[in-house]
Design a protein around this ligand. Structure first.
Ligand code: SF4
Length: 173
């Protein structure tokens, strides 16, 4: 016998509801070290209006953020700071690597520049380009939202996957 539900009742899995809330309320933590940071600022400005995607609340305290955006090259001296910020962010948290420098060191193939931040912290989305346009960062945020909706679980099972733990050189708390 079919169950008759009133019009104003919606049935969904709790995981999907939680993921829907999380993906639409990302709070970015900007870690802007170079020219890509300017594009990051442009993304937050009125022309591109990041608020359309619920991700405009930039915070400068890691304890209030769940999306780390690394924009620009990271040098080895800066790396402990980046890792400390990542550790201070509460789970669930995600990371976007913006630009060639953050993702691979870019043209700075030298001992003092980190050749990809994913060697030290887990990265969820990479934005190619030098510098990437704000539209590319917005696309990365949209893709991340789709990933959160697709894989997110209330208890964060997706964060215990081996690939998430891969950066073996990450600082241990
Ligand atoms: S990727 Fe290009 S624009 Fe971005 S920080 Fe590196 S040199 Fe600057």
């Amino acid at each position: 016998m079919a169950l008759a539900l009133p019009d104003n009742v919606v049935i969904a899995k709790l995981d999907e509801l939680v993921s829907w809330c999380r993906k639409n309320s990302l709070w970015p933590m900007p870690f802007a070290t170079a020219c890509c940071g300017i594009e990051l600022m442009g993304t937050g400005a009125s022309r591109h209006d990041l608020a359309r995607f619920g991700a405009e609340v930039f915070r400068f305290s890691p304890r209030q953020c769940d999306l780390l955006i690394v924009a620009g090259r990271v040098v080895m001296k800066m790396l402990p700071v980046l890792q400390r910020i990542w550790q201070q962010m509460h789970e669930p948290k995600w990371c976007i690597s913006m630009g060639a420098c953050a993702s691979s060191g870019g043209v700075f193939d030298t001992y003092s520049v980190v050749q990809g931040i994913d060697r030290f912290i887990p990265v969820d989305m990479y934005v190619p380009g030098c510098p990437p346009r704000p539209e590319q960062l917005i696309q990365a945020i949209i893709d991340l939202q789709a990933k959160i909706q697709r894989e997110g679980t209330m208890y964060g099972r997706e964060f215990t996957q081996p690939e998430r733990q891969r950066p073996s050189r990450a600082l241990r708390p």
